[in-house]
Design a protein around this ligand. Structure first.
Ligand code: NAD
Length: 257
């Protein structure tokens, strides 16, 4: 399918899943805007690499998704937004009684509130263009819970709720909104959790991966960023026109348990 002529903005896309989604949307022909809160040469080179590999226009726009004004400025600077992928996210693992307030606030802001602000800013343009796709990267933790991830699980459940409301408010328009719910994907975010989990359970790396992380992923394999990108491309296709307000799990069977 071709997304030629469409522009996609992917938040939190200088790494991991967001970058993978940007690459797959670009391969499908969409111009892409990648984003993070940094503004380094490396960030801009990432956009250049996507453009060189696919022939689309790719830009990097710095904006901090913990700040409402930056979220809205990202949409304004992008100019045209046909596809909005709310992907930026962070994680912190601690028991509720010891969960740092600043981490709670940051996770809620970046993982949940940013999607509200970007969606609010992007919908008028989608309505004017007569087509739009909002794709929220939630998580298996948007549908189920794990201990020690209070803020993350609360934020991701919130993202699923926001997805449903966005879908209902746009239901009679040529705009859809869905959430992708990945299980474990081996990205820098997951890599960062391995040392703490090794210490917590007194296990080596391979045992943590197999017995802790993938314990709840019946396939016993990580999902890949390319597969998540492919799911996003599908949600932008004509075949997905009547798919709205739902969650698509890419979790190796986790939520079937
Ligand atoms: P990652 O750490 O590789 O990527 C996170 C991205 O968000 C990075 O580009 C980072 O720069 C960006 N980001 C962080 N804070 C930001 C801020 N304040 N403003 C703008 N950008 C910011 O992690 P990932 O695994 O690719 O995660 C991407 C999304 O997928 C997250 O929402 C995460 O919750 C979700 N997810 C990941 C997994 C997994 O197993 N990796 C599973 C389910 C859901």
């Amino acid at each position: 399918m071709s997304l030629e002529g469409k522009t996609a903005v992917i938040t939190g896309s200088n790494s991991g899943i967001g970058h993978g989604i940007a690459v797959e949307l670009a391969k499908a022909g969409a111009d892409v805007v990648i984003n993070s809160f940094t503004d380094s040469e490396q960030d801009h080179l990432l956009a250049r690499a996507i453009a060189d590999a696919t022939g689309v226009t790719a830009r990097y726009i710095a904006a901090d998704m913990s700040k409402p004004e930056d979220c809205r400025a990202l949409i304004a600077k992008a100019g045209r937004v046909d596809i909005l992928v709310n992907n930026a996210g962070i994680q912190h693992v601690a028991p509720i009684a010891e969960f740092p307030t600043a981490k709670w606030d940051a996770i809620l802001a970046i993982n949940l509130s940013s999607a509200f602000h970007t969606t609010a800013a992007a919908l008028p343009g989608m309505r004017a263009a007569g087509w739009g796709r909002v794709i929220n990267v939630a998580s298996a933790h948007g549908l189920t819970a794990s201990p020690f991830k209070a803020a993350y699980v609360a934020a991701k459940h919130g993202v699923v709720g926001l997805t449903r409301v966005t879908a209902l408010e746009t239901a009679e328009e040529p705009i859809t909104c869905n959430a992708i719910c990945p299980g474990y994907v081996l990205t820098p975010m997951v890599e960062a959790q391995i040392p703490d989990t090794m210490a917590e359970y007194d296990m080596d790396r391979e045992t943590v991966i197999r017995q802790v992380m993938l314990a709840r992923q019946p396939s016993k394999g990580f999902a890949t960023v390319e597969q998540l990108g492919g799911t996003a491309v599908f949600l932008c296709s004509d075949a997905a026109e009547q798919i709205t307000g739902t969650t698509i799990s890419v979790d190796g069977g986790w939520t079937a348990l």
